[in-house]
Unconditional design. Structure first.
Length: 226
């Protein structure tokens, strides 16, 4: 019987879990494994349980330094030192690319579509299909949307609460720069931020980030209106 395609990852992950359990039992019988041994074994089993398919590549299993250190900090319950957190933030800030045309805001209407769109980066997505931001999964944004997550802070009236009357003005520049940087690489302001690094990880392109910026900062956006 042919396995339905949409269930194959479930069986693969189940097999991986069994393999880890067997490997751990074997290791326990031969000697007492260290935490490093267990981490290496688990990583090896997980790596062998996935394969490239479509645009989803196994290189996603490789964490960069900041993700690896934050994962370890969460697993051990030991937060990063202030010095290490600052170093990660400074390095992340250097990755932020400013808009090539010096235009920070696009069309808030398109930004709303991106905020509502949760598609992208799966093996069934085409390389030419633009992904979404799935912003409502974590944030309240516009008052009209009644279904939203609370993992992140509310962004309703984001620009208005920060006094952004004219996003192009000098007075608004600090907030505009911060918002762009936060969308591009959130780790620039919070070393272990759970927010997707939309620009740095190429989840959204420059035009899409400009549109999301407009959703948050344009005075005409429903975000900044009652």
């Amino acid at each position: 019987m042919k396995t339905p395609k949409n269930t194959k990852n479930l069986f693969t992950l189940t097999g991986a879990a069994v393999a880890v359990a067997i490997a751990l039992a074997t290791a326990a019988c031969s000697s007492t494994p260290t935490a490093a041994d267990l981490d290496k074994l688990t990583a090896s089993v997980i790596a062998s349980s996935f394969r490239d398919e479509g645009i989803a590549k196994v290189d996603r299993l490789v964490q960069d330094d900041s993700n690896r250190e934050c994962s370890q900090a969460e697993a051990t319950g030991q937060p990063l030192t202030a010095e290490r957190a600052k170093a990660i933030e400074e390095t992340s800030l250097q990755t932020v690319k400013l808009p090539s045309n010096n235009q920070y805001l696009g069309d808030w209407r398109e930004g709303e579509k991106i905020a509502q769109n949760g598609r992208g980066m799966t093996w069934t997505d085409a390389t030419t299909a633009p992904g979404g931001g799935n912003c409502y999964n974590c944030h309240q944004i516009s008052k009209q949307e009644i279904s939203f997550g609370t993992l992140g802070p509310s962004l309703y009236q984001y620009g208005k609460l920060r006094g952004v009357v004219d996003p192009a003005s000098t007075a608004a520049k600090p907030i505009v720069d911060y918002t762009w940087g936060k969308l591009w690489n959130a780790k620039a302001y919070n070393a272990c931020s759970a927010m997707p690094r939309f620009g740095h990880a190429s989840l959204l392109n420059e035009k899409q980030i400009q549109d999301v910026m407009a959703l948050l900062l344009d005075p005409a956006s429903p975000v900044n209106n009652p």
